[in-house]
Write a protein that binds this ligand. Structure first.
Ligand code: ACO
Length: 262
C-alpha cells in the first residue's frame, strides 16, 4: 500500500499549483507500481488540507490572467479526476483540518476515515466565493440537501464524528487510532482480487448516473470485460475453492488468491 501525504504543513497543506502539478506524477508512478495495492491520501501535521492556497492558487494565478487560471484549474481538477478513477482502491485518511477545495480529493477517494478531532468546513462563504472546484457537486452528492445547504451557507465547522453521522466519511475514530484503523481497512482490501476491486468501484460510481436498464446492461458488459482483464480467472478459482476444495466460505471472507495468481 502507498501512503501519499500532502506535505506543506507550514501552510496547512493548502493546495498550490506546484502541489497540484506534482500530484499527477505521484498518481502516475503509483498506478504503475505493483507494491501499491491501496492508496491512502492524508496530510502532514495538523491538517488534511486547508483547501486551495488562497495566495498562490487564487491571487497570484489571477494576476497572470485567464490562461494561467485555466491551467491551474486543469492541474487541480485533473488530479482529483485521476484519483477518482484510480486503478487501485483509495482511502482518504482525514487527520485534521479539511476545508473547501479539500472536499474534492476527499470525494475522489473511494473510502474515507476521519479522526474524531478533525475539523471540516465549507469556508468559501466566509471569504466571498461559492464552493467551486466541484465542491458544491460533491456536497450535493454526499450530504442531505439540508446539511449541504446549511454548511454551504453558514461555513460552520463540524468534526469527524459529525462527518461520519452525515456519511461524508465512512467512520470516525480517535486520532490515536486513525492510522491503525486505516491500515486494517487497507489490509482487508488487499485480500481481494485487484481487478475485481477496480471494476466494482467504477461500477458503483457509474451506475448512479444511469437508468435502471442502462445500468443492468452496463454491469453485464463490465463483468464480461473483467473476465477478460482478470488474468488469474479469479471468479472460477473463487467458486472452485468453495465448491470443490471447501477451503473457505465466500459469505465470510475472500478466497486465497495465492492459489491462482499467474
Ligand atoms: N491558503 C493559503 N495559505 C494558507 C491557507 C490557505 N488555504 N491555510 C493556511 N495557510 C497559511 C497561513 O496563511 C499561514 O501562513 P504564514 O505562516 O505564512 O502566516 C500558515 O498557513 C498557517 O496558518 P494559520 O492560520 O496560522 O494556522 P492555524 O493552525 O492557526 O489555523 C486554519 C488553521 C483554521 C486551517 C487556518 O489556516 C485557515 O482558516 N485556513 C484557511 C482555510 C480556508 O478557508 N481554506 C480555503 C477554503 S475555500 C477553497 O479551497 C476554494
Amino acid at each position: 500500500m502507498a501512503w501519499v501525504t500532502l506535505n506543506r504543513p507550514e501552510k496547512r497543506n493548502a493546495m498550490n499549483p506546484t502541489l497540484n502539478r506534482r500530484m499527477h506524477g505521484v498518481l502516475d508512478e503509483l498506478e504503475d507500481d505493483e507494491r501499491c495495492g491501496v492508496l491512502v491520501l492524508t496530510g502532514a501535521g495538523t491538517s488534511f488540507s486547508a483547501g486551495m492556497d488562497l495566495k498562490e492558487y487564487f491571487r497570484e494565478t489571477e494576476a497572470k490572467g485567464h490562461i494561467a487560471i485555466r491551467r491551474a484549474q486543469r492541474d487541480a481538477y485533473g488530479w482529483w479526476r485521476r484519483l477518482r478513477w484510480f486503478e487501485k482502491p483509495t482511502i482518504a485518511m482525514v487527520n485534521g483540518w479539511c476545508f473547501g477545495g479539500a472536499f474534492a480529493p476527499l470525494f475522489s477517494c473511494d473510502l474515507a476515515i476521519a479522526a474524531e478531532e478533525a475539523q471540516f468546513g465549507l469556508s468559501e462563504i466566509n471569504w466571498g466565493i461559492l464552493p467551486g472546484g466541484n465542491v458544491t457537486k460533491v456536497v450535493a452528492e454526499l450530504l442531505s440537501r439540508r446539511e449541504a445547504m446549511y454548511y454551504t451557507l453558514t461555513g460552520d465547522t463540524f468534526d469527524g464524528r459529525q462527518a461520519a453521522e452525515m456519511k461524508l466519511v465512512n467512520r470516525a475514530v480517535p486520532l490515536s487510532e486513525l492510522r491503525e484503523t486505516v491500515r486494517q481497512l487497507a489490509d482487508k482490501l488487499l485480500e481481494k482480487n485487484p481487478a475485481t476491486l477496480k471494476a466494482a468501484k467504477d461500477a458503483l460510481k457509474r451506475v448512479t448516473e444511469m437508468t435502471v436498464d442502462a445500468s443492468e446492461d452496463y454491469l453485464v458488459v463490465r463483468q464480461e470485460s473483467l473476465n477478460y482483464l482478470d488474468s488469474s480467472d479469479g471468479r472460477k478459482e473463487g467458486i472452485r475453492q468453495f465448491i470443490d476444495e471447501k477451503s473457505y466460505k465466500p459469505g465470510l471472507g475472500a478466497y486465497d488468491r495465492s492459489k491462482s495468481e499467474s
